[in-house]
Design a protein. Sequence first.
Length: 754
Amino acid sequence: MSAPPGSSNDEILKWKTDNLLRSGEENHPYQPGNDPGRRPVMPVPMRPPKQKSWGKMRKNITSGPDNSMWLFWKKEGKTEEGADSMTRQEKELHQAARKNDIKRVQALLSSGVNVNAGNQVDRTALHWAAGNGNTEIVKMLSSHDANIDGEDKYGMTALLWAAWFGYRNTVGALVFSGANATCENKQGLNILHCAAQNGHVDVIQFILEDLESFDLNGKDKNGKTAFHIGAEHGKLEPVEYLIGAGCDVNARSKDGSTAVHYASKNGHPEVLTKIIQAGAEVNERDKDGKTPLHLSAEEGWIDIAEILLDNNADVNADAHKCKPGAHPKREFVPGQKPVDVKKEVSPLHMAAQNGHPRVSKILIDYGADVDSMNHHHMTPLHLAAQSNWYDVCRLLIESGCDINAINARTQTPIHLASENGLNDVCEMLLKAGAKMDIPDKQGKNPLGVAARGEHIAIVDMMIKAERYFEMRKGLPEDQEEYEEFYEDELFAYLEEDEDGYSDEYSDYEDDDEFEDELVDELDKGGKAEGNQVDGKDKLTPNSPDRKESETGSSRASDTSGYRSGSATRLRRRSHNLDGEDFDEESADLNGHDPYSVPSDDFKDEEEFSEGEEFSGTYVSEDSVTIKAPQKSRLKKVSFRQDRSSETQHIRNICFKLATKYLKSNEWKRLARIWKFSEGHIKAIEHQYAGTNSYREHGYRMLLIWLHGECIARNNPIKGIYEALLTIDRRKLADDIRRKANAEASQSPRKCAVS
């Protein structure tokens, strides 16, 4: 084979024709289709090209300059100059004017070049010279009859370009050459607007001092003055100069916004402070009824919110639909449209809905109503729970909000969280004592909503929570046994009970012999009783029959579901919820652990756990700290799926029992013995429809029951034994008792069943 070809296309084609031959075939001229090294290409149906919207095309043509446009001023870019209608000399004139090549410009002008030749966006040499501050060339072009007020396709004249880039001398030269000082581009921007937007105080000074009768409060097509534009872009010096010149600090744009609105929305604290000091109102509303505080809360500007609140901004201002400058009234004015006085949102609603915990904390500290409602009767907690803002929900709950508030659809926050499959928020609301018996307009309580959405983890947590709070009824609120039991290892039972046997079943954590013998005995007992399930349908934790479920533990991540790195993690100090997995015997109902805590952002050495007294701080989002409450409203209990090593042995037994030995309806009989409600049973069996689905249902029920037994510090083996006797499974119950008693006789610290 010859050497590879050079770079010429003809050489490459000839080389491929001579050398790329198929083995055992005749020589074929090279074609792309018979190249042995070419990958096959699937035919693609031809589609007609998309037609661009004329509205968008017209917007691109008529819209004024934006930040991306300025790049071609500083580059050698040819995109603006390569129009076919321009001659070579005209292109050279543009380049020379741009580069301030005075001699070349003089030579071209002497040769009679068209001084007003425009490129594809109608930009002339005068535009280039003015935009680059080349004052001498501007004077030369003006003296050679250049169109001094000529506009490009954006309506920008040479004077507007000079003001935009802040060339005061060039602005003066153009004005003294007869340029129209009141010119505007297609957005309505005049030279004062251009200078203010880019912070050119010297140009502003020239305009206001040297030009007669220039309108200080002139507006563009959006009704914005130069003062508005300077505040919007955070240009402090122009704002100060305009205030000193006597501009209207409370002027409104077409959407009803003031300079305070623009500075607040875009996060310019120094500009905002200067505007307020000049006497601007902080509680004015725009056409959407939003005050500057609404905008700062919506965007999450901490310092802006503090400045506004320190200057008497209304922390509970509801966003009304009303005319700008007019306070909403409940009266009809003849000849005018009736004012819509429906409550929209407070600043706290805005902060909660957009996931800004620090702004929310500031608003609450300044007296924001945590239970305020919008026109849909949604409280801030509704909005935060619906949007999966874990840290905002925690803040609102600890601030004393009503966790059972009802919206227009009679939904509580936990309805919305369960509807969207948000595990973390649901568990938090459950710990705070959210009611589970409130039906929505469709008659569904939160448990029914979670079951309908097939959010298995949430269903199980809700049933655990209901049973937990039912167990706590009648107990003193300050009973330490139930408030502080997580200070020790949750499932280590070290005390003897009144029947004379120990509750320390966690001793078997490292004793696999007892578990193996007990399971073997269960196998024998099951076969003897004739209750062995057909082996070909045997269910395993990784069986394809096991249905995946939404976990809802995060929002996309921002988000974010919630935004990554922003949610506050509140750690449990004792019980490790992220412990060892279930090995081959552990059934993960959701494919993976759905109960991961949102994030790990604690920066204080004394991290406070839920339910614990604490006077320090916890951190959310940035470095600003939020003080924690003295006493948390959240119960110190976990409703998450148990993955601790302390209960792994009993969970293995529950799995064997549910999947191998219980008949189809026996799990329901056990559930009723253990005081599961019919609603609980219905919610459990809502998932997994199939012949063998009762195994999944039984296993989930046993895990829920085990959760309550561990909290109550009962002996789970004894509970299983007694329940099996009740449903006439004596043989299996006796096998369990015999093995447990045999082990207890060898070690007095191990469980016995009498």
